[in-house]
Design a protein around this ligand. Sequence first.
Ligand SMILES: NC(=O)c1ccc[n+]([C@@H]2O[C@H](COP(=O)([O-])OP(=O)(O)OC[C@H]3O[C@@H](n4cnc5c(N)ncnc54)[C@H](O)[C@@H]3O)[C@@H](O)[C@H]2O)c1
Length: 276
Amino acid sequence: MGLIDTDNRGGIFLKEFSEQRLGGRIALVTGSGSGIGRAISVRYAKEGANIIVNDINLEGANETARMIEEIGRRAMVIQADVGKLAEVEAMIEKVYNEWGRLDILVNNAGISGMPYILIEQTEEDWDRVINTNLKGTWLCSKFAAIRMLEQEKKFGELKGKIINTASISGKTATAHIGAYSASKFGVIALTQIFAKELAPDITVNAICPGFHVTAIYLNSEEVLIESMKTFKSPEILRGRLGTADDVAPLAAFLASNDSDYMTGQAINIDGGVEFH
Ligand SMILES: NC(=O)c1ccc[n+]([C@@H]2O[C@H](COP(=O)([O-])OP(=O)(O)OC[C@H]3O[C@@H](n4cnc5c(N)ncnc54)[C@H](O)[C@@H]3O)[C@@H](O)[C@H]2O)c1
């Protein structure tokens, strides 16, 4: 426990707060074998959570699990494709069989697809992107929420929290990755719909990252800068590209009791690119 000593009006009061905001929580982070999902998982572990690491990439998932265990938290790896109903249903069953509950779901798994303009878009690429980003978010939320609604409240007012990883491309269209952009508009729509349908017991909010150097850009600043030219993206007001670690604190806030009165929101974390 710690102490803070301001009431924002110059007055002083002392209020206890927990330095382990996510102490004892069980969190499932999809696509956490690299990038933003790994950064969120590590941050959650540092704030006290135990993590179920999901990815199609087993090697990456195992590495994330190792990092979580090094922090002193429990980790379990589940290799599953979020776009496939049977795999998602089995994953959630496994979580409840092994852990008995799920407090936080982060729908993070996502792919960008090929840089097509829409008239050149292939059906195969379109389906891959929509299945992973949009259908995957729906499937994981659906099966997790069914079980979350049945469980007792353990950490305050809520039975569970769902955090979706959308994008600023889900706020203003991004050319040349149209399927991706459409999928992320859809993720924001799912955020609002699930927020309404799962209220008042589960909150659902979305994170909208900007341009962060991760495997989605082949871990290359050059690839990212070239992509921004192709996308005709505006400048980043903060004057630098983002990292995966820039996103994690917002994901931790949305998973914690500090955000209990927020639901249905889509928050930009992009260094100042998108204002809506
Ligand atoms: N990097 C950025 O600039 C940026 C910007 C906006 C939004 N995002 C979003 O952040 C999320 C994470 O992306 P990232 O940048 O960390 O990329 P990343 O490629 O490093 O991580 C994505 C992870 O998802 C996994 N994955 C892919 N398809 C999957 C599936 N069907 N089932 C389970 N796992 C799957 C991958 O194996 C990978 O480990 C994505 O949803 C992405 O759209 C990223």
